[in-house]
Design a binder for this molecule. Structure first.
Ligand code: XMP
Length: 522
């Protein structure tokens, strides 16, 4: 087993005040080649002492600094002499604590805004110059109305006279807008400039170090305990399993519950990879009948998801008992799974879909969770997978949801419908691969609609199902746009599917973006 490299402590601490997009700050810092960790404001002081960071970023927040008991920056951070970047609430709280004034905005600014750059600033190096206007993304009600001593304005927007402010002596910078979201073009560079030019970090942090860090963490967490990991067939659980195996070897057992809702050839690929290539202990359970019988008559999307999640737990639990139990449960949970399923702050949030790899298992099985990918976005998991030696063909696979084909068959799920969908989906993906488009697309799949239409084939009338094709581009699955196929691609696929798949006589293409749609249909 390889020993982890010593952990490079050059890092940035992100103090989280509860914004929905705090994780994007961490991602942008990592993209700049600098290690970062997020700590909720309540435990920021402890994280600060442990990490000994070289810089601090203060996140946005749903709170208002004008409210009594709203969160504050720990004094130890302000006393440290380290560079600070305040974002939105982070700017306001910095002003409130350093002697500036924050007032309730009359109207606030939400969405796109244009800022005018009035002065130079280290954050703008190689990016923005005096006199230029740039698009940014704002989301604030309160605003800074008087600067704390030592600060000067360097950019303004119509709604925020202090859109960007700087105190070069103390290396404090702050902005009203959100540089971490993609709607602020150049925002990644602002954050990179803070990390590299202001904090003086070299930007040589890599996935290799993330791997080493996580391995050390997994070993520390698990000790001599046993871990089981549910493989879904997707990239995330596979990467989590390979990483954990590297950390603790035979203490890990993987369980692959084949619910019969996999794509063509998928189960064999996963089992082959784990048993033959990695030699990771794997229990393969064929539970197709159990799942399909149980899904009979269920048409509601959430009911399907709940049934599949609960049945998965039953099967998993039974298998876990057979191998003598385990104290730890490993999951390939990613950050988007976390934010769409629960609110980051633990408060109420709307459930869009119950993702089946989040929650449920640990409470019922009384196990501790090992979730090494929890802070990562999909493309980062792919980079980690490559780092771990998984082939491009495997890590580059399009995401596949835990509930599988069941959520791509609106209405009742039957074995016959699964078989029809599997065949059509395989043709669609084969054509995408042959056209060299697979890697340009985030996710492509077919959806079998519970609608029959009339067609004519040869001299006969047909009355068969409609198939919808979906292909989207995305960077993290949180937002997505329909992929625009070139010229005759879609007509060719439609012809092949109708000719080759019995049961489908009409094919449509889904042009909806996310939002307002979601990527999957259920
Ligand atoms: P939606 O449909 O919410 O999908 O726009 C976003 C991404 O998440 C995948 N997805 C899931 N993945 N368990 C998973 O592991 C689930 O229950 C689940 N539901 C959706 C979806 O395929 C897309 O990549």
């Amino acid at each position: 087993m390889t020993q982890p490299a010593p952990f490079n402590p050059d890092s940035i601490l992100i103090v989280d005040f509860g914004s929905q997009v705090t994780q994007l700050i961490a991602r942008r810092v990592r993209e700049a080649g600098v290690y970062s960790e997020i700590a909720p404001f309540q435990s920021a002081e402890a994280a600060f002492e442990r990490m000994q960071p070289k810089g601090i970023i203060l996140s946005g927040s749903p709170a208002s600094v004008l409210d009594a008991d709203s969160p504050r920056v720990p004094q130890v951070i302000l006393d440290s002499g380290l560079p600070i970047l305040g974002i939105c609430y982070g700017q306001q709280v910095l002003m409130a604590q350093l002697g500036g004034i924050v007032t309730l905005g009359d109207s606030g600014e939400f969405g796109h805004a244009v800022i005018e750059v009035s002065d130079r600033c280290s954050l703008f190096d190689g990016l923005w110059a005096e006199g230029e206007s740039h698009q940014v993304w704002m989301s604030h009600g309160d605003k800074v109305s008087a600067l704390a001593p030592g600060f000067r304005p360097v950019a303004a927007s119509p709604g925020a006279p202090y859109a960007v402010i700087a105190d070069d002596d103390r290396r404090y910078y702050a902005m009203q807008f959100h540089p971490e979201v993609v709607h602020t073009p150049g925002g990644g560079r602002l954050i990179a400039n803070f990390a590299r030019h202001v904090c003086g970090l070299t930007g040589d942090w890599t996935m290799a170090e993330f791997r080493a860090t996580k391995i050390a963490e997994i070993r520390a967490q698990v000790g001599k305990g046993k871990v089981i990991c549910g493989l879904s067939g997707g990239v995330d659980s596979a990467v989590a399993a390979v990483l954990i195996h590297e950390a603790i070897g035979e203490q890990l057992t993987c369980v692959f519950v084949d619910h019969g809702l996999m794509r063509s050839g998928e189960a064999d690929q996963v089992v082959g990879l784990f048993r033959n290539h990695y030699n990771i202990p794997l229990v393969h359970v064929n539970a197709e009948t159990l799942f399909l019988n149980g899904l009979a008559g269920i048409t509601d999307p959430e009911a399907k998801r709940k049934f599949i999640g609960a049945t998965f737990i039953d099967v998993f639990e039974a298998e876990a008992k057979k191998i003598g139990g385990a104290e730890f449960l490993a999951q390939g949970t990613l950050y988007p799974d976390v934010i769409e399923s629960v609110s980051f702050t633990g408060g109420p949030s709307v459930t869009i879909k119950s993702h089946h790899n989040v929650g449920g298992l640990p409470e019922r099985m009384n196990m501790k969770l090992v979730e090494p990918l929890r802070e990562l976005f999909k493309d980062e998991v792919r980079a980690l997978g490559r780092e771990l030696g998984l082939t491009d063909a495997f890590v580059g696979r399009h995401p596949f949801p835990g509930p599988g084909l069941a959520i791509r068959i609106p209405g009742e799920v039957t074995r016959e419908r699964c078989d029809i969908l599997r065949k059509a989906d395989a043709i669609y993906l084969e054509e995408i691969r042959n056209a060299g488009l697979y890697d340009a697309i985030w996710q492509a799949f077919a959806v079998l609609l519970p609608v029959r239409t009339v067609g004519v084939m040869g001299d006969g009338r047909t009355y068969d199902f409609v198939l919808a094709l979906r292909a989207v581009t995305s960077t993290d699955g949180m937002t997505a746009a329909a992929y625009q196929f070139p010229g005759d691609f879609l007509p060719r696929v439609a012809t092949r599917i109708v000719n080759e798949v019995k049961g489908i006589n009409r094919v449509t293409y889904d042009y909806t973006s996310k939002p307002p749609g979601t990527i999957e249909w259920e």
